[in-house]
Write a protein that binds this ligand. Sequence first.
Ligand code: HEC
Length: 147
Amino acid sequence: MKRSSSLVCSLVAATIMGSCVGSAATMADDGLAIDYRQQVMKTKQAQTAAIGQILTQTVPEENIISHFEILLLATRQSKAAFAKKVLGGNSQPIIWERWDDFSARLARVEADLVVAIDTLRTQGVTNAGELAVTVTGCKDCHDIYKK
Ligand code: HEC
């Protein structure tokens, strides 16, 4: 994909107020790669928090399936977000030594979320809490691959 560096710079400046020194600067690129994968993870965090809030029955439950869907999309985004080996952030370097295992975990969470969403659609949201805990795989992966 061809990218306009000035557009990228304005977007970055507008969203994170960071400095933008252009795509030739490898360190800045690496910093963005780390920031990007953390943004994807924050999306997952926000969705699991929202699902938890819905389960307390204090906020409307009609959005619950769409929170699972966003979780599914963010899980799909994670593979590309981590694909390039960029050491740093809170990622353990073994991610890229055991890439097959790391990406298989993402694929498993993705497949489980597809089934969970189908279950919620067909059977209602009564067991949403259980599904959220069993299919998201957050802790299992973090225990091994996150500092
Ligand atoms: C396949 C592995 C994997 C799965 C599954 C996974 N994570 Fe992560 N997560 C990571 C790694 C690795 C990092 C460290 C990223 C970095 O800082 O370089 C991370 C970082 C995070 C962060 C910190 C982001 C920041 O701002 O620094 C949050 C929050 C997070 N994950 C939430 C979640 C939630 C919620 C789930 C489940 C719904 C989840 N993750 C599932 C691997 C995973």
